[in-house]
Design a protein around this ligand. Structure first.
Ligand code: SF4
Ligand code: SF4
Length: 122
């Protein structure tokens, strides 16, 4: 079961997780052209080896270790992680549309600083 990035990454996007991932399955990286426009980062579900290294690296606790542990109000972002592919503009657009819909549906969450946002996920 792949790890999942959730909305505290929005507004943080510091790539600390990318730096520790042993299989380079978190995108976009800072050196990829999609990085500037990306609202958040995404974990490729088939490439993730479930090592757990990214979780303690994330300064805002945005990463969950499975679909099951992803809080209910973040599960709409699971398909965004599943879909996103660097180099595929259609996949990027579809994933980003999911994130945009999440933002629009949760103005309450988005008003909270990313560091505090995870506590609102419970
Ligand atoms: S769990 Fe490991 S392989 Fe999966 S995204 Fe995190 S660091 Fe990468
Ligand atoms: S470490 Fe956390 S906030 Fe930083 S890019 Fe990765 S998921 Fe996003």
């Amino acid at each position: 079961m792949p790890f999942v990035i959730t909305d505290p990454c929005i507004g943080t996007k510091d790539s600390a997780c990318v730096d520790v991932c042993p299989v380079d399955c978190i995108h976009p990286r800072k050196d990829e052209p999609e990085f500037e426009a990306a609202t958040m980062l995404y974990i490729h579900p088939e490439e993730c080896i479930d090592c757990g290294a990214c979780v303690p690296a994330c300064p805002v606790t945005a990463i969950y270790d499975s679909h099951d542990t992803t809080p209910a109000n973040q599960r709409d972002l699971i398909p965004a992680n599943d879909i996103y592919r660097v180099g595929d503009p259609d996949a990027v657009a579809r994933a980003e549309a999911i994130v945009k819909a999440h933002i629009d549906a949760h103005p309450d969450l988005m008003a909270i600083d990313p560091k505090e946002r995870v506590s609102a996920h419970a």
